[in-house]
Ligand binder design. Structure first.
Ligand code: ADP
Length: 379
C-alpha cells in the first residue's frame, strides 16, 4: 500500500499541472510543487487553506455544483473552467479535472488537477471577436450590395426602355439597330445580375420564421418555373417532404434555384428530377436528383462560391444561384453539398432541422399525384 502511494506521489510531483488534494469542504490537504509555477503559491502556503477562497466569486457557483455532483456520483473525473486568484492578486483561467478518490484507502481525498488555460482562453476570445467582426463587416457589405443593386435597377430600366423607344421612333440603318440591340441585351444581362445580387444580399436579412411545408414550398418553386419546366419537357417527381420552421420565401428560392439548375444543366433529352427526404436524427436530408450534365469532383465544392460558373456561356446565369442556396441553408444551421458524376447527373443535398414527423397519410405515391396536379393547375 505504502509503495503504491509513493508511486502516486511521485507521479503528481512531476506533473507540470498543479495538483492538489482537498477534502469534501474544499480544504487543501496537499499541493504539488507545480503550484508555485501555476499560481505563485508555495505548496505549504496552501495546505490548510480553503480552496474556495481562491476561486473568482462569479465562478464559485458552477464549481460548487460540479463538486457536489462528484460527491454524489464519484464515478469518472469531472472537468470545468474557473478563474483562480494567483498570489500576485491576478486571476488565471484554469481547467480543473477533479476525481473523487475519497473511498480509495491510499488517497482518501478529492484529487484536483489544475491546468492554466489563459493562453487557450485568450485565443478563443480573439477567435470569437474575429468571427463577430467578420459577421459585422459581412452584413455591412451585404447591405451595401443590396443598396447598390437596388439603386441600379431604375437606371437600367431607363436604358432598356429608351433604347427600345429610340429604335422604334427613329430611322436607323442596320448597324445602328444592331448596336441598339447590343445595348438592350447588355442592360437585360445586367438587370439579371442586379436581381441575383439583390437576392444574394437579402438572403441574410432576417425574415419571419414560421412552420413551412417543404412540399408546398417546392410546389411553389415549380409553379414559378412552369415555363422552363414545360419547355424542357422535364419530369419532376417528389417524395413526401416534411414540415420545417423557417422563412418560406427562402425555402421557395432554395428549391427554385436547385430545380432551375437541374433544368438548365441538362443533357440531351428531357430532364428527370426527383426530390426525396430522409430523416437523420433531429434533422432531414433533402436531396434533389437530376440526370443532367453532372459536375466533376474537383468543382463540386467550388460551385457554391459566388460567381463560379462551369457551363458554357450560352446557358444564362450569373453564378450566384448556389451561393444563395448555401447562404439560406447555412443560415438555418444546415449544410449543403453535391454528389455528382460528370455525364451522369447530380444530387444536390441539404440538411434542415425537422419540425415534426412526416405526415403518415402522405405516401410518396399520393404526394407525387398531388404534385402532378399542382403542376397541371399551374400550366
Ligand atoms: P448559375 O446557374 O447562375 O451559373 P449557380 O450558382 O446556380 O449559378 O451554379 C453554378 C454553376 O454550377 C453553374 O454555372 C453550373 O456550371 C454548375 N451547376 C449548378 N447546378 C448544376 C446541375 N444541376 N448540374 C450540373 N451543373 C450544375
Amino acid at each position: 500500500m505504502a509503495a503504491s502511494f509513493q508511486g502516486f506521489r511521485s507521479l503528481i510531483e512531476n506533473s507540470p499541472d498543479a495538483i492538489s488534494l482537498i477534502d469534501p469542504h474544499g480544504e487543501v490537504l496537499y499541493a504539488s510543487p507545480s503550484t508555485a509555477k501555476v499560481f505563485g503559491y508555495q505548496p505549504e502556503e496552501l495546505v490548510g487553506r480553503n480552496g474556495w477562497d481562491l476561486i473568482h466569486p462569479e465562478d464559485r457557483e458552477h464549481s460548487s455544483r460540479a463538486l457536489q455532483e462528484l460527491l454524489v456520483r464519484p464515478a469518472g473525473p469531472l472537468q470545468w473552467h474557473a478563474r483562480v486568484r494567483r498570489k500576485d492578486g491576478t486571476y488565471s483561467w484554469v481547467e480543473s479535472t477533479v476525481s473523487n478518490l475519497l473511498v480509495e484507502p491510499d488517497v482518501q481525498a478529492i484529487v484536483v488537477n489544475h491546468r492554466d488555460i489563459n493562453a487557450r482562453r485568450a485565443a478563443e476570445v480573439e477567435k470569437q471577436q474575429y468571427a463577430e467582426e467578420l459577421a459585422r463587416s459581412n452584413s455591412e457589405l451585404e447591405e451595401f450590395a443590396y443598396t447598390v443593386a437596388h439603386d441600379l435597377r431604375e437606371p437600367l430600366r431607363t436604358i432598356t426602355v429608351f433604347t427600345q423607344l429610340l429604335t422604334r421612333r427613329t430611322q436607323m440603318d442596320g448597324d445602328s439597330k444592331e448596336m441598339a440591340k447590343l445595348i438592350v441585351d447588355g442592360a437585360v444581362r445586367m438587370s439579371t445580375l442586379v436581381e441575383d445580387l439583390l437576392s444574394f444580399a437579402s438572403t441574410g436579412m432576417p425574415g419571419e420564421p414560421k412552420s413551412v411545408d417543404l412540399q408546398q414550398a417546392l410546389a411553389q418553386a415549380m409553379e414559378n418555373l412552369t415555363l422552363d419546366i414545360q419547355a424542357s419537357g422535364a419530369r419532376v417527381t417528389v417524395d413526401a417532404l416534411p414540415r420545417v420552421r423557417c422563412n418560406e420565401i427562402h425555402l421557395v428560392r432554395l428549391f427554385q434555384n436547385l430545380i432551375s439548375n437541374a433544368v438548365k444543366y441538362r443533357r440531351e433529352g428531357p430532364p428527370e428530377i426527383h426530390a426525396t427526404a430522409e430523416q437523420r436524427g433531429p434533422e432531414w436530408v433533402i436531396r434533389i436528383h437530376d440526370n443532367g450534365l453532372g459536375i466533376a469532383e474537383e468543382h463540386q465544392a467550388r460551385v457554391f462560391k459566388p460567381f463560379i460558373r462551369l457551363a458554357n456561356r450560352d446557358v444564362p446565369g450569373t453564378g450566384l444561384g448556389l451561393a444563395v442556396c448555401k447562404k439560406i441553408v447555412e443560415g438555418l444551421g444546415g449544410a449543403i453539398w453535391v454528389e455528382s458524376e460528370l455525364g451522369v447527373g447530380s444530387t444536390f443535398c441539404f440538411t434542415i432541422m425537422a419540425e415534426e414527423e412526416i405526415r403518415p397519410h402522405c405516401t410518396p405515391r399520393s404526394r407525387q399525384k398531388e404534385m402532378a396536379s399542382a403542376q397541371t393547375a399551374a400550366s
